[in-house]
Every structure is written in structure tokens, then in C-alpha cells.
Write a protein that binds this ligand. Structure first.
Ligand code: NAD
Length: 481
């Protein structure tokens, strides 16, 4: 347990800054206020953009040898590791997630900086043969000012996921933290400050999405927008970004399906469902929100899922239970409304379907819906809560059609002992990432991103670095050859 400051600030142009207005951050498990934070205004956003612009244009991040950026990123990683315990406590209190998961977020954040430190001095172009009389090569220039709009579900690790490659490539960044869970990011940026980057390289503002987020998205001072969040917000940002044709990376929602064939290892499947839909109370963009089960094992699998859900320990994040509260009363109400609609449409809540009535915070009962058909809203719409829709299928063909039958395409999974079937399905699944026999099998090294409404562009892995640069070709006429 660590003391939490009662008021937190924005970080603009190398200094912590207050604002006239404040936002109150509440603990989702108790409803009690954790702290207040300065609510950034559009003017604050402008100051952050000017600071980032100045830093980007000064060349302070790019005229240094790339090895200097390696040093900065490794120093950042070290500073983050040093605050992981304290940061985890703050994040756990404001977000409701378990203390262990909150700590993992800080460690993962440090890993992103270590990983992209390893690439910061290897951003190499190519030479292109044009025959005698010409020399031609490519350069990777940083985009300039990267505006990064972060959601509340994994604020620290998602922020690091975009910030680390952006800095590795020599960009200056303005981070817009999420209103519901902004404090962990203050701990993160406080650690980054100690690594000694040039002023203006990293700015952090916490403002209202529709005001400050929208301002960033529509600003001509922004060279790139990186957004992680919901589909409607992504669409609003893209409409704003269109004004200046600002390039964007969009990491949006999902309705990801796992396909369990009759020969699947049930223990392996159960462990994957447990993390797939109940980890972080199901508030994960790549959650396993649909489980497609071959008819021969449907009844027994539903039974096993119900036992799993009913056996989960529930409590405050600080006690590291298996199920934590969802982020807010609004989120909880939305999840309950989706469950009511599922029941109206004919799905059966085999367990759950409503909030815990005997708990103070925003606790949703772990829910398993059976008799779900693919066209029902519970099989089509993102829930973003601990709610699993179990859908029966007969053939491989049918399973693929159901799995691909939503507007999303973030991740997908296949559970089978048959390698040929796994490979066939993997090819045909319309998703940015496919897991075989373990949900969330990837890591920071594996490219991640969506198809369809799940978005575009890739984060994580080596590939993500190239979202943060633009290619410049240099074509030279050589006389006398
Ligand atoms: P959200 O879209 O409500 O908010 C995300 C961020 O956008 C917040 O910082 C918010 O202030 C800001 N914002 C809101 N309106 C804005 C506007 N008009 N212009 C600019 N910015 C605006 O999302 P959320 O509720 O914080 O997160 C949940 C959603 O995020 C889910 O749909 C989930 O699937 C998605 N998500 C996706 C990924 C991924 O990597 N694909 C990861 C995590 C979450």
C-alpha cells in the first residue's frame, strides 16, 4: 500500500501543470474518490502541441546518433521498473484491476521500451538499383508530432506500446490519457521525466475526449494520430483527421471468437476461457467474447464454463481475486443492458446476466450465455465485460463462417489436436492475430491490430516501428557514369 497524492497534474513542455478545472477519479471497487486530476483544456492541449512541435522541429531527437535514443529508451525502462510497485498500487486503486495485473502493466511498459530500444539504431533504409547514372536510396523520417489517445482498460501498457516505438523513431509525443483512469500514466511519465529526454519530447494531458481528444485529432500541428479505443470514437477521430489527411493508426474493438473442436483439450480450453473472458473483467479489446463449440461437446463445455464462472473469486483488485469490478457505473449499466437484450432475443443466461446486487462497487456477475445464434446482438456487438456467448456449430466450414460473420476482426482462436485443421482454420480466419490452443499466446514481440471495424495499422513487434516513420526516397543523378 502506498499513499496516493490527492491531486495530480498534466505534464506539458517539461513541467507539471495545473488547470482551472478538475476531474475526480473514483475507485471502481468502492465508488470512493481516489484523487483529482487537472482537467486539461483546449489551451493546455495547444501548449502541449506547441511544445512537441518545437521539440520535433528542433531536431533534438533526430540529429543525435541513434545510439542516444537507445540510451534514452533503456533509461526510461529502468525508471519504470523502479516505480512498478508504487505505480501498480495507484493503477489498481483507480482502475479496479488486480494489483498483480497492474504491476504486470508497468513491467510490460518497461519491456516495450527495452524492445524498441533494440530497434532505435536499426531503422535502416534500402538502396535501390537504377542502373548507371543514378544512386537511389530510402530514408525513414520520423512522422514529427504523434498524438496518442489512450483508453482506460490498460492505460499504462497501451500508452507504452505506442510511445516507445514513436520515441525510438525520433518523434515527439502528446499523450491524451483516459478520464476514468489517468493516474497510472502520471506515474509512468514521472518515471520517463527522470530519463532526461529533451523538453517537449513527451507531454501528457488528461482532458475530455470530445473536447481535448477531438482537438488533437483535428489539429494541423499533429503529424500522426494513434488511437486505441471504441469504434464510434475511432470513427469520430477519423472524420476529424480527414481535415488535414492526418495519417492514423486505429486499434479499435473486437468480437473475437475461439473455435473449440470436439478433439480440443478441455483443460487447455478452460484455462484459455478463464483468461480470455474473465481477465480484467472482460474489459479487453481482444477478449474471447464468443466461444464456438462443436455440437458433440457443446453441453459438457457449457457446463464446464458455468462451473468455471461460478467458481471465480470476486473482490477488490488489491486482494488479487479472479474477477474484479468493471470501470464505472455507466459501463456496468451498458453490460447489463446488452445481457437483457440477449435474453429478449432468446439466449439463455446459463449463469450471471446481471450485476451483483450485494456489492458496493461496479461488479458484474461472470456470465455465460448458451443457445446463442450467430445473428443475435450478443454474438455481434462488443460487450467489454465478463460475458461469454457460447455458440454451437457442426462443421469446420460452419465454424469459420460464424467466426468471420461479424464486422470486427481483431483476434481469433482455434482449439484442436489436429494440426492440419488448425492450419486450415488459421488461414481462413479474418483477424489480425490467430491463437492456436492458447488464448493470448502472443506477446509484445507479435504484431497486433485489426481487420474491418477492429481498425488498421499494427502495434507491437518490429512491424509497429514502421507505423511511426515515413519513407523518403532519394533519387540522385550521377554525372559522368
Ligand atoms: P473510448 O473510445 O470511449 O475512449 C478512448 C479514448 O478516446 C479516451 O481517452 C477518450 O477520452 C478519447 N475520446 C473520446 N471521445 C473522443 C473524441 N470524440 N475524439 C477524440 N478522443 C476521444 O474507449 P474506452 O471506453 O476508453 O475503451 C474501450 C474501447 O477501446 C473498447 O471498444 C475496446 O475494444 C477498445 N480497445 C481497443 C484496443 C486495441 O488495441 N484494439 C485496446 C484497448 C481497448
Amino acid at each position: 500500500m502506498y499513499p496516493i497524492a490527492s491531486h495530480w497534474l498534466n505534464y506539458i513542455d517539461g513541467a507539471w501543470a495545473d488547470s482551472a478545472q478538475r476531474l475526480i477519479v473514483n475507485n471502481p471497487g468502492t465508488g470512493a474518490p481516489v484523487a483529482s486530476i487537472a482537467q486539461a483544456s483546449v489551451e493546455d492541449a495547444e501548449r502541449a502541441l506547441l511544445a512537441a512541435r518545437r521539440c520535433a522541429d528542433s531536431g533534438e531527437l533526430t540529429r543525435v546518433r541513434p545510439a542516444q535514443r537507445v540510451t534514452w529508451l533503456l533509461a526510461i525502462a529502468q525508471e519504470i521498473r523502479a516505480v512498478a510497485d508504487e505505480g501498480a498500487w495507484v493503477l489498481c486503486q483507480e482502475n479496479g484491476k488486480t494489483l498483480n495485473d497492474a504491476r504486470d502493466e508497468f513491467i510490460e511498459a518497461a519491456r516495450y521500451f527495452e524492445y524498441y530500444a533494440g530497434m532505435a539504431d536499426k531503422i535502416e533504409g534500402t538502396s535501390i538499383p537504377l542502373g548507371n547514372g543514378y544512386m537511389d536510396f530510402t530514408l525513414y523520417d520520423p512522422m514529427g508530432v504523434s498524438a496518442q489517445i489512450v483508453p482506460w482498460n490498460f492505460p499504462v501498457s497501451i500508452c507504452a506500446r505506442s510511445l516507445a516505438p514513436a520515441l525510438a523513431a525520433g518523434n515527439a509525443v502528446v499523450i491524451k490519457s483516459p478520464e476514468l483512469s489517468p493516474l497510472g500514466l502520471c506515474v509512468l511519465v514521472n518515471a520517463i521525466e527522470r530519463a532526461g529526454l529533451p523538453k517537449g519530447a513527451v507531454n501528457l494531458i488528461c482532458g475530455r475526449g470530445r473536447e481535448v481528444g477531438a482537438h488533437l485529432a483535428g489539429s494541423s500541428k499533429v503529424d500522426q494520430i494513434v488511437f486505441t479505443g471504441s469504434v464510434p470514437t475511432g470513427q469520430a477521430i477519423l472524420a476529424n483527421a480527414a481535415q488535414h489527411a492526418t495519417p492514423s493508426v486505429m486499434e479499435l474493438g473486437g468480437k473475437s471468437a475461439a473455435i473449440a473442436f470436439a478433439d480440443a483439450d478441455l483443460e487447455q480450453l478452460l484455462a484459455s476461457v478463464k483468461s480470455g473472458i474473465f481477465f480484467n473483467a472482460g474489459q479487453v479489446c481482444s477478449a474471447m467474447s464468443r466461444l464456438l463449440v462443436q455440437r458433440e461437446i457443446y453441453a459438457q463445455t457449457v457446463e464446464a464454463m458455468v462451473r468455471l464462472a461460478e467458481g471465480l473469486s470476486v473482490g477488490l483488485g488489491q486482494d488479487n481475486p479472479e474477477l474484479t469490478p468493471v470501470i464505472s457505473a455507466g459501463q456496468l449499466g451498458g453490460i447489463e443492458a446488452i445481457c437483457r437484450r440477449a435474453i429478449e432475443e432468446g439466449a439463455v443466461a446459463a449463469t450471471g446476466g446481471e450485476a451483483f446486487s450485494d456489492r458496493v462497487g461496479h461488479f458484474m456477475r461472470p456470465t455465460v450465455f448458451r443457445d446463442v445464434s450467430p445473428e443475435m446482438s450478443i454474438a455481434q456487438d462488443e460487450v467489454f465485460g465478463p460475458v461469454l456467448a457460447v455458440i454451437p456449430f457442426d462443421t469446420e466450414e460452419q465454424a469459420i463462417a460464424i467466426a468471420n460473420g461479424t464486422l470486427f476482426g481483431l483476434v481469433a482462436g482455434v482449439f484442436t489436436q489436429d494440426i492440419n485443421r488448425a492450419m486450415r482454420c488459421t488461414r481462413r480466419l479474418r483477424a489480425g492475430q490467430v491463437f492456436v490452443n492458447e488464448w493470448y499466446a502472443g506477446g509484445i514481440e507479435t504484431p497486433f491490430g485489426g481487420v474491418g471495424l477492429s481498425g488498421f495499422g499494427r502495434e507491437k513487434g518490429q512491424e509497429a516501428l514502421y507505423s511511426y516513420v515515413r519513407t523518403k526516397n532519394v533519387a540522385i543523378r550521377v554525372a559522368g557514369e
